[in-house]
Write a protein that binds this ligand. Sequence first.
Ligand SMILES: *[C@@H]1O[C@H](CO)[C@@H](O)[C@H](O)[C@H]1NC(C)=O
Ligand SMILES: *[C@@H]1O[C@H](CO)[C@@H](O)[C@H](O)[C@H]1NC(C)=O
Length: 341
Amino acid sequence: MAKQAVLLPMAALALVLGALATIPAGVRSIGVCYGMNGDDLPSASDVVQLYKDNGIDSMRIYSPDTDVLQALSGSGIAVTVGVPNADVGGLASRPSAAAAWVQSYVLAFPAVQFRYIAVGNEVVAGGRVLLPAMRNLDRALSAAGLADDIKVSTAVAIDVVGSSFPPSAGTFAPSAGYMARVARYLQSTGAPLLANLYPYYSYISDPGAVDINYALLAMPAGTVVVQDGGYSYDSLFDAMVDCFYSALENAGAGNVTVVVSESGWPSAGSDAANTTNSQAYSQNLINHVGQGTPKRPGPIEAYIFATFNEDQKLGDDETRRHFGLFNKDRSLAYPIDFVNP
Ligand SMILES: *[C@@H]1O[C@H](CO)[C@@H](O)[C@H](O)[C@H]1NC(C)=O
Ligand SMILES: *[C@@H]1O[C@H](CO)[C@@H](O)[C@H](O)[C@H]1NC(C)=O
């Protein structure tokens, strides 16, 4: 009996591990964007510890900050690293600059688990430099034997999509004429398109037009807010993701996956921006991403914006400074469970 009592917990543990091992490879807990435009933020190593403590297994950063890359070394947290918009032109015009970038920020950090390189964030004007910069980085990664492990992409906002309603009508906007070629390039390399998606901003542009719960991922299950051919939508988030899928299909790049590289809801700065709504959106997003969208069922990879409030961000729109999930003392801004069910 005594022996069994000792063995039982081990058997139970083996069952738990067995169950974990059968989770499809695509399912992962959610990522969080680590923006640093705030005063007195915790150190990079404290932030990495914060991610670990909360079960956050991926991070997006907006520049190849070497303190953060150092802190991520050996952490097991996967990272998406941004090339700041100002640096894209240089990487586009000189292959040697791309090789140097890969050397300084990727090869120099062998214990960092790099996932994507995001070339530019919401670049619209001057989008023509994206493709040559992506190509140069891909060649540098290939030369280093890393082309299969690290995918090069770009992060775009919904404004690259011209027509966005209904979701099946999604096409890239004439003002983002470079996007079709970018999309086909991503298809050729097997990289995803990184999309920053904010139902909040769509909602506040015309608050009377839809139920706020459609924007908050909070409609009762089965509610049909938008019927688009054979697809029923109960969340603006899904409608926006599928709009990107339609635009990719229309560009001849229907095999490209959409990774949601930013999404969140501000907790202050407007009538609809309060802690209740911010908490609801973040938790609903975490709970939702395992399911996928009507067009693409299956897990979505998504990054919540953002780790901290960023009081140094400029602009009249107060909400921009209030996306933080954590306070500066590293406590949660509101209760949240990052590991999706
Ligand atoms: C798209 O994916 C399908 C299924 O994996 C594959 O057969 C097809 O060749 C892919 N098309 C392109 C253009 O990559
Ligand atoms: C947050 O805003 C919603 C309306 O969007 C409102 O119903 C709710 O009462 C507000 N919560 C707080 C705590 O202010």
